[in-house]
Design a protein around this ligand. Structure first.
Ligand SMILES: [Ca+2]
Ligand SMILES: [Ca+2]
Length: 224
């Protein structure tokens, strides 16, 4: 009986730990899940593209090209935050090495976009994110932290985002060098998320710790 009580205690502790170890508040969303787009001065706004290497096999891109700010090719997202706080922004992307950008005929890599510096449907200012680098290898999707600017080559300065209270907020991005394909974004209060942690936020899987705890309870019931 003593060992059974121990098993119950351990199982409950595992479940509690699984619940208590909930990751920092995060909102993950697909780049292709924008609610609206605005055509730009030199081409269409963002469009959904098929790509088997992207999460949910889709991404978003624009063939328009402009380096002027504020950007004119826009995509708007509607995001629901359950937790107030300071959030870091991460992006999964692949740069374009195929010359798909009509305005980038010199062969320069299409590796930039604009992101709103704050939430809202009409952002007051945008941040120029340039020099995104495929860390793994060319033509392979990779993550970059746009707020801390780690994981890629440019020296542009990103920013954090403030969620004052739980609720639904608009977030706007703008095209800069067409051809860059955006796969998914994550806003998180954790500024040091690993690539694997980001992947799990985008495509959640059951907690193995929680499953182990539940399995222990099932085994105990059988013994009783
Ligand atoms: Ca560039
Ligand atoms: Ca995607």
């Amino acid at each position: 009986m003593k060992s059974n009580l121990f098993t119950v205690t351990v199982a409950l502790m595992l479940i509690a730990a699984a619940a208590g170890d909930a990751p920092a508040a995060s909102v993950a969303f697909q780049a292709e899940d924008f609610i609206s787009t605005t055509d730009g001065s030199s081409g269409p706004g963002f469009t959904v593209v098929s790509d088997l290497s992207a999460f949910y096999e889709q991404g978003a891109t624009t063939l328009g090209d402009t380096t002027s700010s504020p950007p004119t090719h826009l995509a708007t997202y509607s995001l629901t935050f359950d937790t107030a706080g300071t959030y870091y922004l991460y992006l999964r992307f692949v740069t374009d090495t195929q010359g798909n950008d009509p305005g980038n005929s010199s062969g320069n890599l299409s590796d930039s976009l604009y992101i709103a510096a704050d939430f809202g449907s009409s952002p007051a200012s945008f941040t120029n994110i340039n020099g995104l680098a495929d860390v793994s290898s060319p033509n392979v999707y990779d993550w970059a932290s746009l707020s801390t600017w780690s994981g890629h080559a440019s020296s542009d300065t990103g920013s954090t985002y403030t969620v004052a209270a739980p609720g639904t907020l608009s977030f706007v991005i703008g095209g800069r060098e067409g051809g860059l394909t955006l796969d998914a974004f994550v806003f998180s209060t954790d500024g040091n998320l690993s690539h694997s942690a980001l992947n799990l936020l985008v495509v959640p899987e059951p907690s193995t710790a929680a499953l182990f705890g539940l399995a222990s309870l099932v085994m105990l019931r059988r013994r009783l």
